[in-house]
Design a binder for this molecule. Structure first.
Ligand code: CU
Length: 229
């Protein structure tokens, strides 16, 4: 009964424009999946250790169901080593897949962090360059590679529902891959403390239908806002 009441509350709490637990792409769905696996594993481990602790209290000293040697070696050494090694191998492979994957028809944009705003650079088909502030325009259904850099201090680029997060480091471009399946407006935020106005360093990514992408770029070149999705 308790769980039945709790589940809808948890789902509501996990929603919202800046929630990585409300994924809109395959990449963020896999990130959210990994988060849930880690949460459940952490709860199971905590419950097990608490259970052993309470058992010892209840039954008295020396009555634990496992010997101290097994508990220390198994629980303190072997189990964390195996678990952390498995997580490390998975995370390295997944991180590589997440950051940059080869693909045809890749759309390349640049995100440059400033104290305290984001400057985005888009490239139109005729070679024109379009810069926007705090609004990133993207096409749906095409692989997108965002080059993330900084003009001053270290910032953190994060679009929770669309992609993973990556640091914006001065003089060191980082690549972030985005595959946005459908149009929409997604919220992003700076996630590295970068000074007084860090908390207000938000931005939006507008994902446009693929067949409107050329028109959007043309409108941006002509000084329009590019419209909604
Ligand atoms: Cu910041």
């Amino acid at each position: 009964m308790g769980l039945a009441l709790l589940a809808p509350l948890l789902l509501v709490a996990c929603g919202g424009p800046l929630s990585s637990l409300d994924p809109a792409t395959e990449a963020t769905a896999r990130i959210a999946g990994l988060w849930w696996v880690m949460l459940i594993a952490a709860v199971v481990i905590l419950a097990g250790v608490t259970g052993l602790f309470l058992w010892t209290f209840k039954e008295g000293r020396g009555s634990a169901p496992v010997s101290p040697r097994v508990f220390l070696l198994g629980g303190g050494l072997i189990f964390p080593m195996v678990t952390l090694a498995a997580l490390l191998v998975y995370a390295l492979g997944f991180g590589q897949w997440l950051l940059s994957r080869p693909g045809e028809d890749v759309v390349r944009v640049e995100a440059r962090g400033h104290q305290w705003f984001w400057e985005f650079t888009h490239h139109a088909a005729d070679g024109e360059v379009v810069r926007t502030v705090n609004t990133l325009h993207l096409p749906a259904g095409r692989p997108i590679e965002v080059t993330v850099v900084s003009a001053d201090v270290i910032h953190g680029f994060w679009l929770p529902r669309l992609a993973g997060k990556i640091d914006a480091v001065p003089g060191h471009p980082n690549l972030l891959r985005i595959d946005a399946a459908g149009p929409g407006t997604y919220q992003g935020v700076c996630v590295e403390f970068c000074g007084l106005d860090h908390a207000r360093m938000r931005f939006a990514a507008i994902v446009h239908p693929a067949d409107r992408w050329a028109d959007v770029l043309r409108a941006l070149v002509n000084g329009a806002e590019g419209g909604g999705p």
